[in-house]
Write a protein of this length. Sequence first.
Length: 319
Amino acid sequence: MAGIRIADVKSIQEAARIIRDGGLVSFPTETVYGLGADAGNPLAVARIFEAKARPRIDPLIVHVADADSARRYGNIPEIAQPLIEKFWPGPLTLVVEKTALVPPIVTAGLETVAIRMPSHPAALALIRTAGCGIAAPSANPFGYVSPTTAQHVAEQLGDKADMILDGGSCEVGVESTILSLADSPPRILRAGGVPIEELSETLGSIRVSLEIPERPQVPGQLRRHYATRTRLEILDLEAENIREGERTGLLALTPPEDPGKYAAVEVLSRSGSLREAAANLFSALRRLDARSLDRIIARPVPERDLGIAIMDRLRRCSA
Ligand code: TXA
Ligand code: MG
């Protein structure tokens, strides 16, 4: 089992060596923990798919430490410039035409590649020290809730990663927003850490398709995903129908009026902050999932700002 190592200069150097030698490192980002390999090494990338039991048709994101490296992996169009200036480093992934440097296994054979520059200092240091782009999905078994702490990774993929770098709890807590610049007009493929409102503000008059697709646009955008093993339903208080003897868990933005009705309650943000709620979402889901409940009831949250990504994850969890 790979040990958890606090992300410091020494462990990051060792992790970078593992990446260069074709190994797998789980590392913190501001969104969720990733399971990374050298993006230019197809054998190493193949190990990611094995470790996660992830179908080979689901493409990976290449993580870079600066915009110039992004250009080595993708043909970055003009309209990306204001987005890169405003949101990199940060939770925005851009899908662009790929270059020959990207092996087909990374993109699942697509002619496009997803690229992002994470803002977590340990992620940036790892990428810089390794000296290559790092292909990484979220470090969870395929389909399950993404990890937001090093412990989450150790519990589920501990024996699969050669090292787990611990950089604390992820600040954003939901995955990056994915914007395809290979579509015309540009199209949102996944709601995430950069609110759609901020994206459209930056793009100004550039037309973007802001509807998050219900049906998969690319292999890998599955309806059921980010899922707890316990059945989850999105219900408001009026629609709630707890049966006699049923052990129900509640996931709610703010404290419920009658907490005694539930076998377990997870409040995402006492103050009702959607950002704080996003940061707590996956940990709260995991805790509820560990309580042997019959069902989890999730209260809908307002669909604005980070609430859009939260509702997207809850819907996929409940599908
Ligand atoms: O925040 C994040 O994005 C995290 C951290 C680790 O960076 N990563 C992450 O990766 O969420 P993953 O593999 O769990 O989700 C990446 C998704 C894929 O499922 C796929 O839908 C989309 O990105 N994707 C990747 N390459 C693509 C491409 N060429 N075209 C369209 N979508 C793509
Ligand atoms: Mg994932």
